[in-house]
Design a protein around this ligand. Structure first.
Ligand code: HEC
Length: 107
């Protein structure tokens, strides 16, 4: 009984923390997950891990792909005409993820 109570208390304490630390899952995450994974660990050879990368760097990289100053057709096609707000949300999401050991990312 005591264990259950402690577990329940732990959960109650953890929930608000999760809600505030982790940004909301971006609506457009599906556009990116095939290559970068939902949590920013690359799913295909040649794609970079994004988990835990600096927010300002991710934001700038996405803007550079979109306006073509970083001209990688693959990423330009993936981003398409996604809005600033969406790019910002994606950058925040990936930046907030915790990088995992490589073994976990390569099944
Ligand atoms: C078809 C696979 C693919 C998809 C889909 C894709 N990416 Fe990429 N992404 C790549 C590859 C490959 C690179 C490396 C490109 C380069 O050399 O600049 C990259 C690079 C990036 C970078 C730069 C990383 C760095 O360290 O400079 C960011 C940020 C990024 N992708 C975010 C996204 C987001 C957000 C989405 C969804 C809107 C997305 N990508 C969709 C394959 C993909």
């Amino acid at each position: 009984m005591r264990t259950v109570l402690i577990a329940a208390l732990g959960l109650i304490c953890a929930l608000p923390a999760l809600a505030t630390d982790m940004p909301q899952k971006p609506v457009r995450l599906g556009l990116c997950a095939a290559c970068h994974g939902e949590t920013g660990m690359a799913q295909i050879p040649g794609a970079p891990n994004l988990a835990g990368q600096r927010l300002d760097y991710l934001r700038k990289a996405l803007q550079d792909y979109r306006d073509g100053s970083r001209n990688v057709p693959l990423m330009r096609a993936a981003i398409g005409p996604v809005s600033d707000a969406d790019l910002d949300q994606l950058a925040r999401w990936y930046s907030a993820q915790t990088p995992q050991p490589q073994a976990a990312a390569q099944p």
